[in-house]
Ligand binder design. Structure first.
Ligand code: BGC
Length: 754
């Protein structure tokens, strides 16, 4: 790649003050320029599912009007497509828009996990499953960056709620962090090298993400190989000098020179090495250079992008219920009810809010449908006149389609939802319509799960999520069967909020939130507890049907070094063309560690004409069988009998096959005073040191073959269990006088020498 800036030379030529200055923003959206050396200022903008580029004179809060842009479906919608190619295309389109608008970095994607279904910002996040978020996030980043525009992978890490998001400490154990909250970031960094990563506002186990050297230097850069720059979320800087040392390069937005002065002072008094500053400046200038290299005059066709937004909405919608009423027929007399038929809710509030180029509603698209507004969206109160009109309109039709969901005030950045309910006025409307119209369909608009008390009464539910500016057009095409629904849920819909595993610890206290459910979020929890859910992870219906057969796994036994090939034939057995999302879960064995029943390890989306069969092949490596072992601080595929499951959802497993995995990694055995005799017998290479001690102590004989003593029946087993469960230091209490504390220490030492 040719360069526009000689970064190494510039770092030498810049003064200390200029270098410090480059480490914070010029204003809300720009980096600083150094005109005397030809370093320009570059602009960044939200993100993630459309551009929110503020006009020429940004205000200091970043809330002013933004340029018109295309509103794509939000992340929680797009994730339901499970379609890497589609996410890549959306990324590409956004990259084109960024180039046209002269933006260096698009602030997204947001790939935080959906720990609770009521996190206010869930609409901006992909999934409760790190594989889905990681794979789709990587495809999106690759799409944007294809055009020579950067992305900012956010919010790193553990920003899983809005309550006190700028200060709360997420208290998370090491294994949970690795398996659930860091894993998607790892995937995106390794597969797509985002130009930038945005650190989260919150603290993790007490340390602000901006100050967290373990997070930014050790894990992100040294372990995963991240090459770009780390910027703060807007206002997420805690301690500027500590942050620089921790690997945080760019503070956003402007610090008005305050933290620049701190950097200069720290270099002067020796508490900050100038090399650390130079490294941050190098990363910032490298970003500017990349931008300059790719910068060009460009335009994009808004109508073409609108069509892509529509296709994305179609591929992402999830058909949750269909008692044979959908698709609708053109000849049917249909009534559209509900304000969202006229003005669809297409996006969430906050920094991702787009000034949409145009909005296509269902009413704009459909021909010959009756319409009644039914409810108000500005207040949760039934309007009797609107209700009456809706009932009349529904009664007069053969089918009523109610466009319902969460209004803006229920779901936004900045606050969490209080519950899973839809507005009462809408629930009442649906109930009342069902009383007069047996053929009722609900089209949902919300960024995250809701409960549906009316579910048994309606014939079909189509969940559009927040599906962007072409939402209405996409909904109509789906309703009338011009395209078959093919989305599947990237998150579980619980029956009640109280069922959610984070319920007892969400959103925590004013200071901290304890992730006590550990790795058991979403389906990992509901499956383990064998709980009913409203709709399971990976679930979604179609107008056609699919058969799965010929599962082939290329080995019945393998080591953690092997690549395993899994293939399965999927056939469209229905009358209509459609796409199926094939899910591969691995069922874990009962082993040493507590693990989820099964975990999604691969997925693929296949498009099939009626009668067509395709073979889907997926590749598994050791990570598919691994958990994060805190003893070795690494991934570990424990030996054991696993099952490969092929499912149409997490609760609809169609095919399965066993595979024996043998680990080649050794877990070092470290004995201590509290190590039990059983653990020594199971894990020590050689039990001789313990055997020897037991012989001199007489403890082994004492616990063998004792008859008729005061402990009663089953004594042999009881004594054996007592022996097994005895920690090394306690042997002293059950031994003759021959044994000393030093003997125990000596035994431990010998066991650890092996
Ligand atoms: C949000 C970020 C966003 C930034 C700039 C912050 O409040 O958390 O996601 O990119 O503002 O608007």
């Amino acid at each position: 790649m040719s360069h526009k800036l000689d970064v190494a030379k510039l770092v030498q030529d810049l003064t200390l003050e200029e270098k410090a200055g480059l480490c914070s923003g010029l204003d809300f959206w720009h980096t600083k320029a150094v005109e005397r050396l030809g370093i320009p200022s570059v602009m960044v903008s939200d993100g993630p599912h459309g551009l929110r580029k503020q006009d020429e004179n940004p205000d200091h809060m970043g809330v002013g009007e933004s340029v018109q842009a295309i509103g794509f479906p939000t992340a929680s919608a797009m994730a339901c497509s499970f379609d890497r190619d589609l996410l890549f295309s959306v990324g590409e389109a956004l990259g084109e828009e960024c180039i046209t608008e002269d933006l260096a970095v698009l602030l997204g994607p947001g790939i935080n996990m959906k720990r609770s279904p009521i996190c206010g910002r869930n609409f901006e996040y992909y999934s409760e499953d790190p594989l889905v978020a990681g794979e789709l996030g990587a495809a999106f980043v690759n799409g944007v960056q294809q055009h020579g525009v950067g992305t900012s992978l956010k919010h790193f890490a553990a920003n899983n709620q809005e309550w006190h998001r700028m200060s709360i400490s997420a208290e998370i154990d090491e294994r949970t962090l690795r398996e659930i909250y860091l894993s998607a970031f790892e995937t995106v960094v390794k597969k797509a090298q985002p130009w930038t990563v945005m650190c989260s506002y919150n603290r993790i186990n007490g340390t602000y993400s901006s100050d967290n050297s373990w997070l930014l230097n050790d894990v992100l850069r040294d372990e995963w190989g991240f090459e770009g720059l780390v910027m703060t979320d807007w206002g997420a800087m805690n301690d500027r000098v500590t942050a620089l040392k921790a690997g945080l390069d760019l503070e956003m937005p402007s610090s008005h020179g305050e933290t620049d002065k701190q950097i200069v002072a720290a270099v002067k008094d020796g508490s900050l090495s100038e090399d650390v500053l130079d490294q941050a400046v190098t990363r910032i200038l490298t970003l500017v250079d990349k931008y300059l290299v790719h910068k060009k005059e460009s335009t994009y066709d808004k109508e073409i992008h609108h069509l892509l937004a529509k296709k994305t909405a179609e591929e992402s919608a999830v058909l949750l219920k269909n008692d044979g009423i959908l698709p609708l027929k053109k000849t049917q007399k249909v009534a559209f009810i509900g304000a969202f038929a006229e003005t669809p809710r297409i996006q969430g509030g906050g920094s991702s809010h787009i000034n949409c180029y145009r909005i296509e509603s269902a009413l704009d698209t459909a021909n010959n449908v009756a319409y009644a507004q039914g409810f108000r969206t500005d207040i949760d109160e039934t309007d009797p006149a609107l209700l009456e009109e809706a009932i009349r309109t529904a009664k007069d039709a053969e089918v009523a389609v109610i466009f319902a969901g969460l209004p803006d005030a229920f779901e936004s950045e900045g606050f969490d939802r209080q519950h899973l309910n839809m507005p009462d006025c809408q629930n009442e409307l649906i109930d009342k319509i069902c009383e007069v119209q047996p053929n009722t369909v609900v089209v949902l608009h919300s960024g995250s799960p809701v409960v549906m008390p009316w579910l048994p009464k309606v014939k079909a539910v189509l969940d559009m999520y927040l599906s962007g500016q072409a939402s209405g057009g996409a909904a109509v095409r789906l309703l009338y069967g011009e395209v078959s629904p093919s989305g599947k849920l990237a998150e579980s819909f619980p029956l009640r909020l109280e069922d959610n595993p984070s319920y007892l610890n969400f959103p925590g206290t004013r200071q901290e939130v304890k992730y006590q459910e550990g790795i058991f979020i979403g389906y990992r929890y509901y499956d383990k507890k064998k709980m009913e859910v409203l709709f399971p992870f990976g679930y979604g219906l179609s107008y056609t049907s699919f058969a799965y057969d010929h599962l082939q796994v290329n080995a019945t036994e393998a080591t953690d070094q092997d690549t395993i090939l899994v293939s399965v034939d999927v056939t469209n057995t229905g009358q209509m063309a459609g796409a199926e999302i094939v899910q591969l879960y691995v069922q874990n064995p009962k082993g040493e560690e507590i693990r989820p029943e099964k975990e999604l390890r691969k997925f693929a989306k296949v498009y099939l004409e009626p009668g067509e069969t395709k073979t889907v092949t997926m590749e598994l490596n050791d990570r598919a069988f691994s958990y994060y072992h805190i003893g070795i601080h690494d991934w570990y595929a424990e030996s054991g009998e696993y099952q490969i499951l092929i499912g149409a959802s997490s609760r609809d497993i169609r095919l399965r096959q066993n595979i024996q995995i043998t680990s080649t990694k050794e877990i070092p055995f470290i004995a201590g005073e509290t190590t039990t005799c059983e653990d020594v017998e199971l894990f020590a290479k050689d039990t001789a040191p313990l055997d020897h001690m037991l012989r001199i102590s007489g403890f082994a004989e004492n616990t063998n073959g004792v008859e008729n003593d005061s402990m009663g029946a089953g004594t042999d087993e009881l004594m054996h269990n007592m022996f097994s469960g005895t920690p090394l230091h306690s042997i002293l209490s059950f031994s003759g006088e021959e044994l000393t504390y030093e003997d125990i220490q000596e035994t431990i030492r010998k066991l650890n020498e092996q």
